[in-house]
Write a protein that binds this ligand. Structure first.
Ligand code: ADP
Length: 230
């Protein structure tokens, strides 16, 4: 419908704007990073003395700066410069590529990662890069939630819903979503992680909705969380 198209156009313009702002802000951030590195080197002196209180403050500033950069990076990935560019792709290939790109298997060999594809071939018409980003984000959250769990297991499943929508589910066996954050999950900058940016799910929702789909959360059978989008 025309309303839906307007919605998609608005979301992709927002994405482009976000990417544009992120690009502009990245330059002063990079300059700041350089100044701080120089300052830290000067404070350390020639003999690598233990950190002075001043250099500790510089280190804190550098930590905050990399937090800013991480947030900006997410928005740049999301908006891309070209905006929303859909193409046909087999869902199983899209998911397999995203899993490979996430490097989860390489970075965490102890994690059991199952990818279960629908027997029916599913072809979707989506912005491939952006949808991969959604899967990578959900996968990373599932891995984060599984940390410190014996028998860590994350499962990705592709299916077709009753209404003939393609669906991807990412399940983990972590602690699930705390009731206190359930309502605010997809809000930007909502995070419970010490180094988190809280942009992952917000970006996922923008991308999925821009493709005309929806994204949701439900408790997973084995405890833990399940994020689905279609
Ligand atoms: P970040 O990962 O940087 O915190 P997200 O937007 O991706 O940002 O996630 C927001 C919050 O949602 C997380 O901090 C966490 O509290 C919660 N969350 C997301 N995925 C899961 C999951 N699979 N299990 C438990 N909590 C989750």
């Amino acid at each position: 419908s025309r309303e839906h198209l307007a919605h998609v156009a608005r979301l992709s313009t927002m994405g482009e704007m976000a990417a544009g702002i992120a690009h502009e802000i990245n330059q002063p951030l990079a300059a700041l990073g350089t100044y701080l590195a120089v300052l830290r080197a000067r404070l350390a002196g020639p003999d690598d003395r233990p950190a002075s209180p001043a250099s500790e403050i510089v280190m804190r500033a550098e930590e905050q700066l990399s937090r800013c950069s991480a947030i900006m990076q997410k928005f740049r990935e999301f908006g891309g410069v070209e905006g929303f560019k859909p193409a046909s792709v087999r869902l199983c290939d899209l998911v397999d590529d995203a899993v490979a790109l996430s490097l989860v298997r390489e970075r965490d060999p102890g994690l059991r990662l199952s990818v279960v594809h629908s027997e029916e071939p599913i072809v979707v018409f989506v912005d491939i890069t952006q949808l991969k980003l959604v899967i990578i984000n959900l996968l990373q959250n599932a891995v984060d939630a599984s940390v410190a769990r014996p028998g860590r297991h994350v499962e990705i499943e592709t299916t077709v819903t009753d209404a003939s929508w393609a669906k991807v589910a990412v399940r983990d066996r972590g602690d699930g979503i705390p009731a206190s954050v359930r309502e605010r999950l997809f809000q930007p900058f909502m995070t419970t992680k010490p180094g988190g940016t809280g942009t992952g799910l917000a970006v996922c929702r923008m991308i999925v909705e821009a493709s005309g789909g929806r994204i949701w959360h439900e408790p997973s059978k084995g405890g833990g969380a399940c994020f689905g989008f279609s």
